[in-house]
Write a protein that binds this ligand. Sequence first.
Ligand SMILES: [Ca+2]
Ligand SMILES: [Ca+2]
Length: 486
Amino acid sequence: MKNVTLLNKIVLTLLVLILCPLHAATIAIMDTGADLDHPLLRKVRFVNGAEVVNGQDSDGNGYIDDISGWNLITEAADSFIPANFPLPFHEDFYRYYEIRRKRSLKISTEEEDEWYKIKRKDDEFQEVRSQFRRYIHATHVAGLASGLSFHWGHSPGQYHEADIYKPDILTFTYLGDTETGVGAELNFKPLSPQDPKALDHLKDFIQKYLAWQKRKLSYAVTYNAQFAHIINSSFGISTKSANKMVKGWWDEQFPGEESALLTQLQDDFRAGLLRITKEVVDQHPKVLFVFSAGNTDDNTTLDTHYPSGVKCDHCISVGASLGTFDKASFSNYGKSTVTLFAPGVAIPSSVPPGRILPVNGTSQAAPQVSHAAAVLFQQFTEGGHFVRMSTLKRILMDTVDIKIFLTDKCESGGILNLVRAMEFTKQLLKSRNFSAQNYQRILSRVKAQIPDQVAPNEYNIPLKSQDFFYPLEADPLNFSAIFATR
Ligand SMILES: [Ca+2]
Ligand SMILES: [Ca+2]
């Protein structure tokens, strides 16, 4: 009898291991293509175990050699392509960022200010800067999704528990230009302005353009949903940009003509962008979508932002805060369109090749929320529970640091607090009681136990919205020491 019990235990344990694998949550980075060979990202690289690099689609999912992701632009497995950039970037470039950071902090010298102003007007230099931005963007976002940011700017050890959780990072190249395949943007070919069908032709094109955007988004999401629990999308189109696109087509079709019809077409186009997003995300209820709210200081409840403005219970839109004491001046906001905020000023993370750089943006705020969601997801999984993505969203919202300056700026009224979200989830799972009353009781208790986060002093200086990137210094934050503990 004793042996039977032991056998039962073994069988049960094996069943649990088979049915509830303790794999990490996977976050897909839909972006410019992340460098997963960065020393910090190697440790979190997603590996498609069923695929083999042999020039064939070994796992039969339709994508050849997709070991760690896919590139929609080139339609190949190489997501990050350094050859597309003018490497190495000149050191003056880094100096530019160093001085800009100092200027934001009002600690730059006159000589530095002078040098900076010259570079700022230097078109060639600025062209390199925009290339650099594309070069680093996804890798920076991926580093934050992996949990890098939580180790910096806070008291050491505060986030050590988060470090136990290392979500896998999948890279998907979504942003970029191509002439072929699903990524190829549609071009408008106008009719003669006098053609009676000209207006219908333009309207038709706008519908075709929306259909293309939907195909592209659907392609990306369908791919990523094979492997990822969370999709991080740190990109978007503002109302102003969307209107400009429609105005461009209008001007090609009706040069010099002004009409109220244009405004109508612009409104329809923006509504269309949100509609196609909704159609795509609704097909993937098991995926949590985390969007950056955008960097144009718009109220996106009034001025839509695509795709972050989509309404769904497994979608999160993230605004950027300045430390934990103010909205970042550039961040979009919206009582019904932005879910919560996360720090988005001077946030350090990985950039190629193997370096660290503090950067500003809602692009930086969003992946911190993706990371937090991954951590909670793993807590549930390890506790042997399935969890709905809408529940993860609810917990993240309920455990924020409530801020007066965000009350009318986002749905939750606060800033992400990972430590509190983790502790709440831990206590909820421990209680094994998922009733609404118990949820509220534990929430109140954890709120009393875990204090609001305190921002590092350096943030306590007004920063300008145009100061989006921060300089690279030789490991100023001692990342190598921090990550030795991983
Ligand atoms: Ca494959
Ligand atoms: Ca293969």
